[in-house]
Design a protein around this ligand. Sequence first.
Ligand code: NAD
Length: 295
Amino acid sequence: MSRIAFLGLGNMGLPMALNLVKAGHDVTGFDVVPAARDALAAHGSAAETIGAAVAQAEIVVTMLPAGKHVREVYADVLVHAPAGCLLIDSSTIDVTSARDVASDAAAHGFVMLDAPVSGGVGGAAAGSLTFMVGGPEDAFATAQPVLAAMGKTIVHCGDSGAGQAAKICNNMILGISMIAVSEAFALADRLGLDHQRLFDVASKSSGQCWSLTAYCPAPGPVPTSPANRDWQPGFAAALMLKDLKLSQEAALESGAVTKLGAVATGFYQELVNSGFAGKDFSYAYKFLADLEGNG
Ligand code: NAD
């Protein structure tokens, strides 16, 4: 069992930290929000500062909103963590920040992994997240039992930043494919084709994909999909927009051409600007179905 400092006890971080407690780890948490600290303190322990949280840690795990928070928090962690402490950032952030912070960590004598997740709040609570990990092989091996307390699938993707790269590439596929499936259902509606009939054909044909078969954006065919509960998330449109913007930053910096990624980013931006930031990203279907167009 390890002494773990967990920083960032929000929608994802708190249930992840609680799974570490459940697995028998000695967890000390910190969040800038006092209520989040109290929620962990009821089961583990909470510290009043980052310095106090990490002082005795063998492993630090962070689950923060964005790259700027990760840079800010690690500026503090790197001066307070004990030598030999392994650093794991599970936030979804830009690849450049992930690599910069890992190289700052190395300059201070620490090894750092980027280990973003997919699986959402449900996966965090169930301990069934997928971890995509970037960083040295031996650090990955050390982290594995800790990550296994929070997730089911743990993939070493390569060097520093590779976990974040895998996350944004996957979510770019998801964001684009969800629009494709949504457009098909919106078109089917106009053509008088029943949702279930389209599903029966496409799910067994070349249109088959996760956005269709596991998360159908149109009500009916997949009873567990958010479409059947007024598109309550799930995975909010605002979070999909965040990940697509990260993909576009990475594309710009690396020179990759992601034409549909750019269109998808604009589409989710429109969804968010239209007041649907808090709806599931599969609200794409409803948004399109409600639009009046003629070409
Ligand atoms: P959240 O906003 O609920 O939690 C972030 C927490 O970090 C908050 O409690 C906030 O107070 C805390 N925080 C901010 N600055 C801090 C600081 N300087 N020191 C300590 N704590 C600080 O967000 P979330 O939904 O838990 O998401 C966390 C990360 O996981 C994000 O990068 C997100 O993109 C990613 N993610 C989220 C989901 C999801 O479904 N929510 C799924 C996969 C990945």
